[in-house]
Design a protein around this ligand. Sequence first.
Ligand code: PEP
Ligand code: MG
Length: 391
Amino acid sequence: HGAVVSRSFGIPTVTGADQATSVVEAGSLCVVYADEGQIMGGVTAKEVKAAERLSQERESVRAVFAERAKEPGRVGEDHPLQILVNIESPRDLDLFSKEIVEGVGLFRTEFAYMERANFPTAQEQEELYKGISKHFGDASVVFRTLDVGNDKQLRYFQMPHENNPAMGWRGLRMSLQWQDILLMQIQALVKAREYGDVRMLLPMVTNVEEVRQVKRLIEQVAGRADALPLGAMIEVPSAAMALKDIMDEVDFLSVGTNDLAQYLFAVDRDNPWVADLYQPYHPAHLRVLRYIGNTCRMAGKPVSVCGEMSGQRAGALFLAGAGFDQLSLAPPFVPEIKAMLREVSIRELRVLARKAAACATNLEAFRLLEDAANVAWQSALRHSGKESGKT
Ligand code: PEP
Ligand code: MG
């Protein structure tokens, strides 16, 4: 989760560098080439200068793309593809201009719970949701209900000891058993909806019965099950297989590739010992994603991806070609992803997505997508007048 947070702040980060603290002296100057997964300790003044130059170059490319990012997201000239952001706190609002996004695809509400000494009241939650929604005016804001458990713990709430917490009492499972918390969130969201396009998203949906249960709770609170536009996250393989049943019960879907990959490959996303098997670009994962994207597209059901793949160049190209109509990503990546998507056509991306999903290995699929992303990226740089290989 540290990686997710640093991406949203735009902080270059390398994870799994377990020797770093014994090799690099505390307080010494380092250069982090995060794209290459490199940390250089004991650097010379010349190396620092080179890194600074690269960083400035990058900033100037960003500034050019940021200006053009005010236009709505699209693939090529004429295929709309909404670009939304993932945020988790009012603090994030200072990090980017709201003009460059078409709404919030994922507001992780758990951070409002994690940063405090006790549960926020309904009133406090209502104020928070209202404030965020007002900031974005008419644009929609998707609030995900509490997704704690596993790596996200609350200091003031004792979770049971579990041998396998990633598969345990977390997300919606906890909310449905501890319904007071969920009822309070529903109440706050229903009230906040009076001030903007507030929507509710359920994390860790495992089956359609859970979604139906939530709809009964919304009805209990608001008198109508449709008082809040409701979405389900698809991040557990069973939910992907039950897609059509779940789709019939909700207004929109959002795919959490961070967890979907974890559960599909049975690989803990936080465990460096098995990190090499965590392969979001493996064709097995790409096939599931393509099934979800194309099924929703054919049914006319809005579907986004809010996992980290959306903010990666290769990932964004694949997802656009796989039928998704919205991508929700960390704010710093919005301008470059928008710029890159304008350089390609939806027809070529559909072919690319089909080819990538038909590969046999992670490496083959990733190379194919990376090559296409590099071509599109270079073309975006050319159009911006900023040609440089290493940005
Ligand atoms: C995901 O699982 O892809 C996701 C967006 O949610 P989180 O990273 O908060 O689990
Ligand atoms: Mg998740």
